[in-house]
Each structure stands twice: as structure tokens, then as C-alpha cells.
Design a protein around this ligand. Structure first.
Ligand code: SF4
Ligand code: SF4
Ligand code: SF4
Ligand code: FES
Length: 985
């Protein structure tokens, strides 16, 4: 047992574990010590000096003291009080206490609370204005006059978000926070993650939506607000009465500001936070240290991307096509039209003539009901979801090798990996909070970062080693590295002996994957690959993350399998910091598949062809269920063209824009006899529909989402549904009822209970266990125990052993003579997917108003085009017109088009990437090979206005990396004296 140390705190002895932070220990004993710059998620910053206590007779900062010896600590005596008072006074020299009329006075202002709790009555030094104006960005603003220079914002920007925009300039007469080399917020490298505003202890850095909105008297004109501030201070001499008045004001605000825990609706990271609403207005989003996936982090979308919820363009009433027009109707009429058509097609053509597409934006409960509607009510397995467009290959690769289709560890574990490998993932833009975790591990703990990608995105720029394989050839270098490691006897033999089957068979198929072959096929020099292999074999814990650059290829499943094979060969499973991370795209794409919205699986990946499983569902559903595998998304479109599908019901999916080869898909949508589209907005796909149903987005409903790390989290309803819109689960239930199946759910928790009863992976899940910020990572046993790290008890096969899966390769990259440009495509940080939600967020639209095409400087020179040129791109399936952004993120004849396109919002689709993609698919999962697209280019104009707002962080910005806030620079100033030294003298 570890030896404990005796700490005498205010006269009482405690046994304390060595290494404990003194401030944390003091707080754990319910003893108050001010600690304004300290934040449990950031650790000691040491800028405020308010936490001074007496340690063995000397006044020191508690926050930076580690208990490493027995010590006598006093938090109360006069010396301590004098030192703390001096530190608090210095804060009030920088920060005016006008709490009653401050938008930050909502019970959690740390300056207000500290002064109040400490009992400060008067300040020694007068408040001094600083010679700086307020600065407003599109999302948050900085008020230098209220800034206490605690540096939390700098710490979070430098070492948590790792965007490295903020510093404090300690050199100036009046130090302040600065952006890059002292530019405005709007013109800086800031990516708008908002974490600086999240951690600011006061109103200095604040969300713009809060200003003038939170308080009862804070929306006054600037002049009258200033007068009010003066009046407040004069009328309330001494701080006791001021705090009393402002506390009752804060209490009144609690009546009208709702704080509701929710989970982000955008990407698969699954950030959770409190959303503050006043009526229907979102004031701010506040992540919590206990937010399990993200802690205090968010990206710009989760923090500021909510205006769409109250957009005037929301659908608020069902629409039915009558002739050539959509007519607003009541719910009853719309549901009856749907039920009549479904019945008609089912009874006259057969159940398999109907198809259903579930939404990976919807909750688990809603996805479950969609598959239940398809299977129980209609009698078909024709149900799928958009994981078909991205994640199905990763799932397939993991099913083949380790048995569970999900991340093998937690997001937190990525910091523990001493090597992180990113393959085909632009993590900083597609999974920003995960990227921050990886960037932090790289910056603070020297974890090695290796990036394999065809595009030089931010993670590639930051990597220790960046490799650029030819498109679609990752399987080759992965297999060659595995072969090299085995040939050089550097594989993990003990791990393989104990935990892995089929080694010999696998190894025999590696014969062709020599380093020479890998170099020739991938274009990566073999020395680089050997170096990588040596590094990987020597590393203690390797995590590999991959995404759509791998999966959206003709061999996405095989390449995902090769990743898992390599992890097995090197023993990189079954420990935190190791394993496979197929980063899931949409917020609930994992859950949507978990819930059985797949043509071959019930919930929890139970096969529809398994008689025993089917019998279980038949008993629960009280009907015979189809035993044949149904059609996936891709087959549904083909089925419509072949007259095998006559009805399609989809929700929360803009299939007509996001599927590949949309010319083909749109003609299917036009052709299908009966189309129901359910969404929050009138999407491009809705324009083809017969019935359009208004659905409620995440803030208007409750339920659960499952994120990329298999974490199941509850979201609570923050707002009433807008107009006559309804949550998807209620709509699906109403359709089932009209088809004579009255499910009778009154709350999503009842749906989850049913899911748990039918699904071993979710058997211990219930709403009580998920209360608040509690979460569970599947598989969840009936007793509620979960598995943050998978496979600790063996792999998910009958004998508990993983399998090495043999692979071959014939997917050589060939340059097309006619269509000579390779079209890469993917997400942007600011917009989510096609952009139906984020284009309705004014701040985001301002920063990125349009889609564009990235062209390399070499290609621009070759074609004699410049920034802002208009080009027409022509593939063998269609044409798209876009504006050029010239950047070295792409090289040679690689071009890149973001997925987002606002053209559908304005009734056009000129720039949609999927006008160019084709109908080719991954051979094992039917996932479209979006990334295997070629086109040729016609130049329309040679130069013009850049498609990017010049204030966008991508345009010539200069980050300013440093570690933490450089408090030493403050301490070296001539005017700085440590308050403790004044007392220690
Ligand atoms: S990136 Fe911008 S919003 Fe995020 S912490 Fe840095 S300065 Fe703040
Ligand atoms: S703006 Fe930054 S330095 Fe100023 S008070 Fe807020 S967190 Fe501290
Ligand atoms: S979009 Fe993703 S990273 Fe950004 S806040 Fe939402 S869940 Fe987190
Ligand atoms: S909390 Fe210790 S210096 Fe600020």
C-alpha cells in the first residue's frame, strides 16, 4: 500500500496520498480558500494569487503545491487573510463589480461568488479602466475592462483546444489578452470553439447572445447602462448590500433562464452540455467538467450552432402534395394519406415494395421505432440508415477481426496513446474535440502523431510524420507494415498466442506486400514506411483513428480490416490507449445502427437470418417477421428504378443531396410512387415528396444518443416543438397506429426499456442509469456495468479470440486520361454535412458562405487560374460549378470539395459534390466510393472574389503557439510582488 502523508490543516491531522494537489485537498475538506484562476479541468495557472495559504510558516499558493511531504497548513490566520485580501484587491482593481446589471450574474460568476464568500466589504485599490475597447467576434466578445488576466482563456486555447490563438501580452503597460499577433477576434486564427468564453470566470469573455439578454436590466443602451452601473455602485456602498441586491437579481433570472442538459446534434464526438434558453432563444451552451466525452470542450457548431432551431424556415405544419402544389394540412389528414398509401402498396404489391431510411440525427428510440415500423407493421427488412454512406465498412472490418463494430476505447484514452495514427480523417474539422485531445497529447505529452492522408489538413501539418499515399491504396502500406513487423520478429507473439486466431493463414497472404510493392503502389518511399513500422513496433500503446478517407472507397471494408489486422499483429488492443477508432460521423450514426435500422440486423447487430433471434422479436412484436435480408440504401434506389420499390419513407436525411451520384438518386426520388419526407426543414429531398412531415430537432425532444465511443447519453427537452412540428418518435408512432398498431408509448424511456429487453448490448440501459451527465458505454450488462475499453474479457467471438483476416489488393490508382483530376471531398469544421442546419446559423454562414473547390497552386498555375476563378467540373455522371480557393492543402491534380452546399437552400444544386460522384460501391458493404471520383475542369472565369470570407481562419492567419499563459513573464514584471512575500517579509 502506498504510504500516506500527514497534513495538518487548520489544526486537524489528515492522511493524504502523496501527489495530491493541496488546493484540491483543502476543498475536499469543505474549507474555503479563494481560487479564481484555478479550474479543475485546467489545473493550476497561478495568475491570481488568491489561493495563498500558510504552509509550514510561509505563505504560498495552494493551487501549485503538491503534497509531497508532511506539512502544516493554515488557511485562516491573519497573515493568510492579509495576503488573500491583497490578491482580491488587485483583482478588483481590474474588474468593476456592477453585478446587478451584469449579464454574467447568474449564480456562477466566480469573482462575485469569491468576494461574497470571502466577505470582502471594501476594496483598497480603485478600479482602473484599461485603454482598450471591447472587441466583438461573431460568436463571443472580449471586454478588456473587465478582464482580470487570470489566463484561463489562454490556457484553454493553447493547451486544451490547442488552437494556439490566445496569449496575454505581459510586456505592455496594461497587459491584455490578444489574438494572434494582436489582431481582432474576427480577423484572427480563432476557430470559434468558444472554450475561452466557457472557462472565463467572469463577464470578460462572453457569448454575444448573452449580452443584453440574460439580466432584467442589462439590455439598456450603452450610455444608460454605464449610468446604471454608476448608480448601482453609489446606491450600494460596501459590498454586502450590493451582493444582496445582485443575488436576488440572479435568483430572479433563474425563473426565466432554463438550463437543460443536452447532447450535441452534430458530429459523433457526442459532446454534452447545458443549454441556456430564455423563451425560445438560446443564450449559451455551457459544457461541464463532468461532460463525459468532451468535459469543457466543444467546437463552434456545438457551442454556437443553434440558431437553426428557431429559424423562420422551420417546417411547422404537415404538407401534402395536391396536384403540383404542396398544401398545408392537419396531422390527421397527413397521417391518413401515408397509412392509406402504405396499406395500398403493401396489400397490392407486397411488403418488400416499401422501404424506410432512418436518420442518424434522430435518437436511439426513434431509430428503433423506424425499424419496428418496417418490420412489425409493414413486414419488410428494407430499412437502412446513413451509416451506409460512411461507417458500414469500418463496422465490417471490425466484425471480421475483433467482433464489435465500435471504437475500442474512450476518447479520453487517446491522450494515453504514445502513438496516434490518423488515416483518412481530417479530425480537426470532422471531429474537432477528438482532434483537440490528440493535439493536446502531442503537444503536452510528446505522443507521436503519424498522419496518412492525401490532403495536408491541420492534423497533417501538426504531425511528426505525414505520409501522402495515392488515393485508395492504404490497404497496401498497412499490410506491408504488418509483414515487415512480422518478418523482423517485432510482432507481439505473446498477445497473438493468447488472443489471436488464424495467424499462419493471414501471414501466408502477406507475401506480395513487400516494402518495394508498397512503395510502388502507394507512392510512399519505402524508407518512410520502414521507419513507421519500426516506430509502431516499438511503441507501447498505439491507437489508430480512421474515417471517410478510408471507408468511402471501393475497398473500404478491406482497408478497415487491414487496420485492425495491424493492431492485432502489434498487440494493440485490450489496453487503454490502444485500439481501433473508426470515428463515427453523425451524432447518432453509431446508435442508429445499434438500433437495427439495417436490412440484415435487428438491434445490437442480431442477425435477421438467425431463427432464434427472429423468434425472440416475433414474440415481442406478436407477428411473423421476414427472414430475408432487406435492401440497403443503395439497393433501394436501384430498386425504385427497377420497379421493385414503390414507396420510400425517410426522415432526417437529405438523400437527394448526400447520396452519391445524385442525378441517379434524384431520378429515383422523382420516380418512386409514394415518398414521405420528415424533417425540420423543407430539404431538397422534400421537394420530391408526396407528404412532408415537420419534425422537431434535438432541443425539442428527449431521448438518447450513442456517440463514437459507444457512449449512451440522455438529452432532455429544452424547448417546446416549434409550431405544429413533433418529435420523430411521436410521428412514427402515429403512423403505426393508423396502420392498426397502437404501441402506446408515452415517453421515450418506455421505448428504451423495450430496446434493453431485446438487445444484449443494451440490456442494462435505462433512463435512471443515464440520469443527468451519467452515461454508459456498451455493451451494458443487466447489472448496469459497461465497458469503456472493449475486449478486456476477450474478443467478441465464441472462443474469445480475435481473427486475423487475409486480404488481397487490386485497387491500383490509375489516372484517368479524360477525367484527369481526382476529386477528394469531406467535411468542413463550420458546416455539418450538407449544411441544412449550419447554413441557418448566421455567424457560421458569415464565416463560410458557400461551398468551394480547393485547387493546388500547381494546378492553378497550369490552368492559369487564380483565387475566386469560376470553374465547371465535369465527371462521367454530372457537372458542378464552383468558385476556386487556391491552397497547398491539396497537391497536384488532387482537388477537394466540401460536402456542404447551400445551393439546395436557394433552390439550386450547382455546387453539390454528389453531382460528380458515381454509383460505385464498396464490394462488401455497398458504401458509395465517394472518394474515388474523377473529373475534368473547364474554366469559366480566371479570377474573382475569394469564396472564403477573408476573416476565415483558413486565410493567412498567424497562430501563436506557446505553453500555457507564461505566468513567469507576469512575475518578472517590475510592478509585480507576490502578495505572500509582502506578508512573508
Ligand atoms: S480558438 Fe477561439 S474560441 Fe476557441 S479558445 Fe481559442 S480564441 Fe477562444
Ligand atoms: S478574458 Fe481570459 S484572462 Fe480575462 S478574465 Fe476571462 S479568462 Fe481570464
Ligand atoms: S459538432 Fe462534434 S465536436 Fe463539435 S460540439 Fe458537437 S459533438 Fe462536439
Ligand atoms: S488559484 Fe492559485 S494562483 Fe489562482
Amino acid at each position: 500500500m502506498q504510504q500516506h502523508l500527514i497534513v495538518t490543516l487548520d489544526g486537524k491531522d489528515y492522511l493524504v496520498e502523496p501527489g495530491t494537489n493541496l488546493l484540491e485537498f483543502i476543498k475536499s475538506r469543505d474549507t474555503f480558500v479563494p481560487s479564481i484562476c484555478y479550474n479543475e479541468s485546467l489545473g493550476p495557472i497561478q495568475t491570481c494569487d488568491t489561493c495563498t495559504v500558510e504552509i509550514d510558516g510561509r505563505i504560498e499558493r495552494a493551487c501549485s503545491t503538491t503534497i509531497d511531504r508532511p506539512m502544516v497548513v493554515n488557511t485562516q490566520n491573519d497573515r493568510v487573510q492579509t495576503s488573500q485580501k491583497e490578491a482580491l484587491d488587485r483583482i478588483l482593481e481590474k474588474h468593476q463589480l456592477y453585478c446587478t446589471v451584469c449579464d454574467y450574474n447568474n449564480g456562477d460568476c466566480e469573482i462575485h461568488n469569491t468576494m461574497d464568500q470571502w466577505g470582502l466589504q471594501h476594496q483598497t485599490y480603485e478600479y482602473k479602466e484599461k485603454p482598450y475597447e471591447k472587441d466583438y467576434g461573431p460568436f463571443y466578445r472580449y471586454a478588456p475592462n473587465q478582464c482580470i488576466l487570470c489566463g484561463r482563456c489562454v490556457e484553454v486555447c493553447q493547451d486544451v483546444q490547442v488552437n494556439e490563438t490566445l496569449t496575454i501580452d505581459w510586456e505592455r503597460q496594461q497587459p491584455r489578452v490578444i489574438w494572434d499577433n494582436d489582431t481582432s477576434i474576427n480577423d484572427s486564427s480563432c476557430v470559434g470553439c468558444g472554450q475561452c468564453a466557457t472557462v472565463c470566470p467572469c463577464n470578460a469573455m462572453m457569448e454575444v447572445n448573452m449580452e443584453g439578454n440574460a439580466g432584467y436590466m442589462t439590455d439598456l443602451e450603452p450610455g444608460s447602462l454605464a449610468a446604471m452601473i454608476d448608480l448601482t455602485k453609489k446606491a450600494e456602498p460596501g459590498y454586502g448590500p450590493l451582493f444582496a441586491v445582485s443575488d436576488s437579481e440572479a435568483a430572479m433570472r433563474e425563473e426565466r433562464i432554463e438550463k437543460t442538459k443536452t447532447v450535441c446534434t452534430y458530429c459523433g464526438v457526442g459532446c454534452s452540455f447545458d443549454v441556456w434558453t430564455k423563451d425560445r432563444e438560446v443564450l449559451k451552451v455551457q459544457p461541464q467538467p463532468e461532460s463525459p466525452a468532451n468535459h469543457i470542450s466543444t467546437c463552434v457548431k456545438g457551442k454556437f450552432g443553434w440558431d437553426y432551431v428557431d429559424s423562420d424556415e422551420r417546417l411547422t405544419q404537415p404538407l401534402v402534395r395536391k396536384g403540383n402544389e404542396f398544401v398545408e394540412v392537419g396531422w390527421e389528414e397527413a397521417i391518413n394519406v401515408i397509412a392509406d398509401n402504405f396499406k395500398d402498396i403493401r396489400d397490392n404489391k407486397g411488403s418488400d415494395h416499401l422501404a424506410f431510411i432512418s436518420s442518424s440525427k434522430a435518437t436511439n428510440e426513434e431509430s428503433y421505432l423506424m425499424q419496428k415500423l418496417a418490420r412489425q407493421v409493414i413486414g419488410t427488412n428494407n430499412v437502412d440508415n446513413c451509416s451506409r454512406y460512411c461507417q458500414a465498412p469500418a463496422t465490417k472490418g471490425l466484425f471480421r477481426t475483433v467482433g464489435h463494430g465500435g471504437d475500442s476505447g474512450s476518447i479520453d484514452d487517446l491522450e494515453k496513446a504514445d502513438m496516434v495514427v490518423l488515416i483518412g480523417t481530417n479530425t480537426a474539422e470532422a471531429h474537432p474535440v477528438i482532434a483537440s485531445r490528440i493535439k493536446r497529447g502531442h503537444k503536452l505529452y510528446n505522443n507521436t502523431l503519424n498522419v496518412f492522408d492525401i490532403r495536408k489538413h491541420e492534423m497533417a501539418q501538426r504531425a511528426d510524420n505525414f505520409y501522402q499515399p495515392k488515393p485508395g491504396t492504404d490497404l497496401v502500406w498497412l499490410s506491408a507494415v504488418a509483414k515487415y513487423i512480422i518478418d523482423h520478429d517485432k510482432h507481439d507473439k505473446a498477445f497473438i498466442d493468447e488472443w489471436v486466431d488464424d495467424f499462419d493463414e493471414y501471414y501466408s497472404t502477406l507475401e506480395t506486400f513487400t516494402m518495394d510493392y508498397a512503395e510502388e503502389t502507394t507512392g510512399i518511399p519505402k524508407e518512410d514506411l520502414i521507419d513507421f513500422a519500426e516506430q509502431m513496433a516499438a511503441a507501447n500503446a498505439v491507437s489508430i483513428c480512421w474515417a471517410m478517407g478510408v471507408t468511402q472507397q471501393d475497398i473500404g471494408s478491406d482497408t478497415s480490416t487491414a487496420i485492425s489486422n495491424l493492431l492485432l499483429v502489434t498487440g494493440n488492443y485490450r489496453r487503454p490507449g490502444t485500439g481501433a477508432y473508426p470515428l463515427r460521423g453523425h451524432n447518432n450514426v453509431q446508435g442508429c445502427s445499434d438500433m437495427g435500422s439495417m436490412p440484415d440486423k435487428f438491434t445490437g447487430y442480431q442477425n435477421v437470418t438467425d431463427d432464434e433471434v427472429r423468434a425472440k422479436f416475433e414474440r415481442a412484436y406478436g407477428t411473423t417477421l421476414p427472414s430475408e435480408v432487406g435492401k440497403d440504401n443503395h439497393q433501394m434506389m436501384e430498386g425504385i428504378h427497377a420497379n421493385e420499390i414503390n414507396s420510400l419513407y425517410l426522415y432526417g436525411e437529405d438523400t437527394g443531396i448526400v447520396d452519391s451520384n445524385i442525378n441517379f438518386v434524384q431520378s429515383a426520388l422523382e420516380k418512386v410512387d409514394f415518398l414521405v419526407v420528415q424533417d425540420a426543414f423543407f430539404t431538397y429531398t422534400a421537394s420530391f415528396a408526396d407528404v412532408v412531415l415537420p419534425a422537431s430537432p434535438s432541443l425539442e425532444k428527449s431521448g438518447t444518443f450513442t456517440n463514437t465511443e459507444r457512449r449512451i447519453q440522455r438529452l432532455y427537452q429544452a424547448l417546446d416543438p416549434k409550431g405544429n412540428s413533433k418529435p420523430d418518435w411521436q410521428i412514427i408512432q402515429a403512423i403505426a397506429k393508423a396502420l392498426d398498431h397502437d404501441w402506446g408509448y408515452t415517453d421515450p424511456s418506455e421505448i428504451m426499456d423495450e430496446i434493453a429487453s431485446l438487445t444484449p448490448l443494451y440490456s442494462g440501459v435505462n433512463y435512471d442509469r443515464l440520469e443527468g451527465y451519467n452515461s454508459l458505454q456498451w455493451p451494458v450488462a443487466p447489472d448496469g456495468s459497461d465497458e469503456p475499453t472493449l475486449y478486456m474479457n476477450g474478443f467478441n467471438f465464441d472462443n474469445g479470440k480475435a481473427k486475423l483476416y487475409p486480404l488481397t489488393f487490386d485497387n491500383f490508382f490509375k489516372q484517368d486520361d479524360v477525367y484527369d483530376l481526382h476529386v477528394n471531398n469531406g467535411r468542413l469544421l463550420e458546416h455539418f454535412h450538407e449544411g441544412n442546419m449550419t447554413y441557418r446559423v448566421p455567424g457560421i454562414s458569415y464565416k463560410v458562405p458557400n461551398a468551394f473547390v480547393e485547387i493546388s497552386p500547381e494546378l492553378a498555375e497550369d490552368r492559369d487560374i487564380h483565387e475566386g476563378a469560376e470553374v465547371k467540373l465535369i465527371s462521367d455522371t454530372g457537372e458542378a460549378e464552383l468558385t476556386v480557393h487556391v491552397t497547398d492543402r491539396v497537391k497536384g491534380k488532387e482537388i477537394y470539395i466540401p460536402l456542404n452546399s447551400n445551393s439546395s437552400l436557394i433552390g439550386e444544386q450547382a455546387g453539390a459534390i454528389n453531382l460528380l460522384t458515381n454509383s460505385d460501391v464498396d464490394k462488401d458493404s455497398d458504401t458509395p466510393s465517394y472518394k474515388r471520383t474523377s473529373c475534368r475542369m473547364e474554366v469559366k472565369t480566371r479570377r474573382g472574389k475569394s469564396p472564403l470570407n477573408p476573416t476565415n481562419f483558413r486565410v493567412d492567419k498567424q497562430r501563436k503557439p506557446q505553453y500555457s499563459v507564461r505566468v513567469q513573464d507576469k512575475w518578472e514584471r517590475d510592478d509585480y510582488i507576490f502578495p505572500g512575500n509582502q506578508v512573508n517579509k
